[in-house]
Design a protein around this ligand. Structure first.
Ligand SMILES: *Cc1c(COP(=O)(O)O)cnc(C)c1O
Length: 247
């Protein structure tokens, strides 16, 4: 991809913001007395392939996307540099997109229902892949159906089903902190949600010890997630800036 004065400015901005985010993660680990690594997934949704390309130069290993079509195009555009990254699907997956998603995603973080798990398992098997998946948990204190994310009570059975799929590898759990209207403190409610996610993770790990990943925390609440025990954070805006509106 060509280098222009404009792209040099972009590179400097992203490099600075990435350093700041890495420092925030380091400080949060220190504050929590943690020495185990926390994986940074840079959320590149709505940003161009040129940004993903420069993230590779800056040492980023993991990127997150939320739309199949956009991600698959970006991954192709990256060409030979695409396999240098682990591509995470963090958005809702329609069952009829299963074949396409397993073509570009290395990790699918948003598996939340049995029919999706079996469709992804079959699609991965058909192309001879084994794809990591996380169970997305609905962390709403009173989960409503159809919001994205499995109800906490559904998680153990879903974990067993995923573990049975030869094309999938159960790698852990994922959650997004809810933003209940009128919450006294967004940070306290995020921490409470992440604590509940950690409890569920412990429950899953008792029967599936390999499912170590806890993906939680975004630009606004990564400190709360790391304090709770998250092994992976997903950060977009704090690194790449304001997201252009979705087309
Ligand atoms: C967009 C998105 C993020 C990143 O959010 P920021 O606030 O930009 O850091 C993380 N997780 C999921 C599931 C997302 O959709």
């Amino acid at each position: 991809m060509s280098r222009t004065p404009e792209s040099a400015g972009r590179r400097a901005d992203v490099a600075r913001a990435l350093d700041e985010t890495r420092l925030r993660i380091e400080r949060a680990c220190e504050a929590a007395g943690r020495a185990d690594p926390v994986t940074l997934v840079v959320v590149t949704k709505t940003f161009p392939a040129a940004d993903v390309d420069l993230l590779v130069d800056l040492g980023v290993t993991d990127v997150g996307e939320n739309r199949d079509q956009e991600a698959s195009a970006k991954s192709s555009e990256l060409g030979a540099r695409s396999p240098l990254l682990r591509w995470h699907m963090i958005g809702q997956v329609q069952r009829n997109k299963a074949r396409s998603v397993v073509g570009w995603a290395d990790v699918i973080e948003s598996v939340d229902r049995p029919a999706l798990a079996t469709a992804l398992g079959a699609a991965a098997m058909a192309i001879g892949r084994r794809v990591d998946v996380l169970i997305q948990v609905n962390l709403d204190p009173e989960p409503q159906p159809g919001r994205g994310g499995a109800h906490p009570q559904e998680v153990p059975a879903l974990a067993d089903l995923i573990a049975e799929q030869e094309g999938l590898r159960l790698a852990g759990v994922m959650g997004v902190a809810p933003n209940p209207a009128g919450a006294a403190s967004a940070k306290a409610s995020a921490r409470d949600a992440f604590d509940r996610l950690m409890l569920l993770s412990g429950q899953v790990r008792r029967t599936h010890p390999q499912a170590q990943v806890v993906s939680a925390g975004m630009s606004g609440d990564l400190e709360e997630a790391i304090a709770a025990g998250a092994t992976q954070v997903r950060v977009g805006g704090a690194i790449l800036g304001h997201r252009p509106p979705v087309q």
